[in-house]
Design a protein around this ligand. Structure first.
Ligand SMILES: Cc1ncc(COP(=O)(O)O)c(C=O)c1O
Length: 399
């Protein structure tokens, strides 16, 4: 199937998917594929989860849209559930990860202005990914995402990831900083995990400087890493948290949550979204929260993650083509020793959908609903493909 008349923004594999269930996707030719990254961390409950589909259908029959000029019961209910779960005080709903990060960026700027800082700046990290709008692509630490879209947005200061001294140096030299925006695990940036000391250090500096600590949990949130928010694992409380992706298992809705002073920054008219928090999205997100609770899936993500990691370690660790195997819950990276662009095609031919970040890190984001048997099957297929690729790679001519 050709891309036209779609604008040319994606390099797509030549597969046309028609339906999905759990960790499987089915194409128009009737072939099934094992999906190891569930739409890049979107379908945490697996494809077409029946509880979420039913919630969307039932809500569609009652009310699909309600302007934010009025109250929507489901929106308040969802916001309350999120606050109860995370300890945050208020929520703004939008439709994607980039939009909730844009919300966080606007919130930080307004927080700065309210403190008399005319040109507020936000510290962002090398290799970060925060989205594709102009402000979020500027916050993203990847030139490929930014190139050709200059002039970029001002008001961002870049620091190396996992380097607390670099942040301390900025604190000493830049009086305009008002916030830090950071991912606890850089997903697009190659599955790099923030260290415990780094996260605690960021919290300490933000407290000392009265900066907002803003966590981008668009990818790590919603139970994926073995706690509802990944930040819980660091024993710290962020001032602002964003999430999207797995929040409604495929219905496009995201949340920007704020706590303490950050929750009092916006006033009516500060920000808005026509579709943000619409009844369909809220119904889907509530169904996800219910399912996570009823099936104890957050703890299950931790359990399954350990199961997968130990199988990968047992079968791959020590091989000369493996650089590292790391992860938290069901966000796992297998880093090879060299870029592996052909691996995706090889896997596709074997009925396996793989995602590679930073050229050589296989990023695994499977569903939290897998049975033990499915998890073992998935692990074994991945191990098999990596070994096949490594054997092929040895035979490949070099120039
Ligand atoms: C950490 C993080 N933030 C933001 C985004 C952007 O989300 P969206 O594509 O929904 O705008 C992504 C998407 O990959 C992400 O991984």
């Amino acid at each position: 199937m050709a891309d036209q008349p779609l604008l040319n923004t994606y390099g797509r594999l030549p597969i046309v998917f028609e339906h999905g269930r759990g960790m499987w996707l089915y194409d128009t030719e009737g072939q099934r594929y094992l999906d190891t990254f569930t739409g890049i961390a979107v379908c945490g409950l697996g494809h077409s989860h029946p509880v979420v589909s039913k919630a969307i259908c039932q809500q569609a029959e009652r009310l699909t849209h309600c302007s934010n000029l009025f109250h929507c019961k489901l929106q308040n209910e969802l916001a309350q559930r999120l606050c109860d779960r995370t300890g945050m005080d208020g929520v703004f709903f939008a439709n994607s990860g980039a939009e909730v990060n844009e919300t966080a960026i606007k919130l930080a700027r307004q927080y700065g202005h309210q403190r008399g800082i005319q040109s507020p700046a936000i510290i962002v990290m090398e290799n970060a990914f925060h989205g594709r709008t102009l402000a979020t692509l500027t916050a993203t630490g990847n030139r490929k995402v930014q190139a050709g879209f200059e002039p970029l947005v001002s008001g961002f200061v870049r620091a190396p990831f996992n380097d607390i001294e670099a942040v301390e140096a900025i604190a000493r030299s830049n009086p305009n900083v008002v916030a830090v925006l950071v991912e606890p695990i850089q997903g697009e940036g190659g599955l790099e995990i923030a260290s415990d000391d780094y996260m605690k250090g960021l919290r300490r500096i933000c407290d000392e400087q009265q900066w907002l600590l803003m966590m981008d949990e668009v990818q790590t949130g919603n139970g994926r890493t073995g706690t509802y928010l990944c930040s819980e694992q660091y024993g710290i409380e962020p001032d602002v948290v964003t999430t999207a992706k797995g929040f409604a298992n495929g219905y496009p809705i995201g949340a920007c949550m704020a706590r303490g002073a950050a929750a009092d920054v916006f006033k009516p008219g500060s920000h808005g979204s026509t579709f943000g928090g619409n009844p369909l999205g809220c119904a889907a997100a509530l169904a996800v929260l219910d399912t996570l609770d009823q099936e104890n899936l957050v703890a299950r993500a931790r359990e399954l993650g350990e199961r997968l990691l130990s199988r990968f370690n047992e079968h791959l660790w020590g091989a000369d083509y493996i650089r590292d195997i790391r992860g938290r819950g069901l966000m796992i990276g297998i880093e090879l020793n060299a870029p592996c662009p052909e691996l995706v095609l090889l896997a596709k031919m074997q009925g396996l959908l793989l995602n590679i970040t930073r050229e050589q890190v296989i990023r695994l984001l499977p569903p939290l609903t897998m049975t033990d048997e499915e998890a073992d099957y998935l692990a074994d297929q991945i191990i098999r493909i990596i070994k096949l690729y490594a054997a092929d790679d040895r035979d490949r001519p070099r120039n």
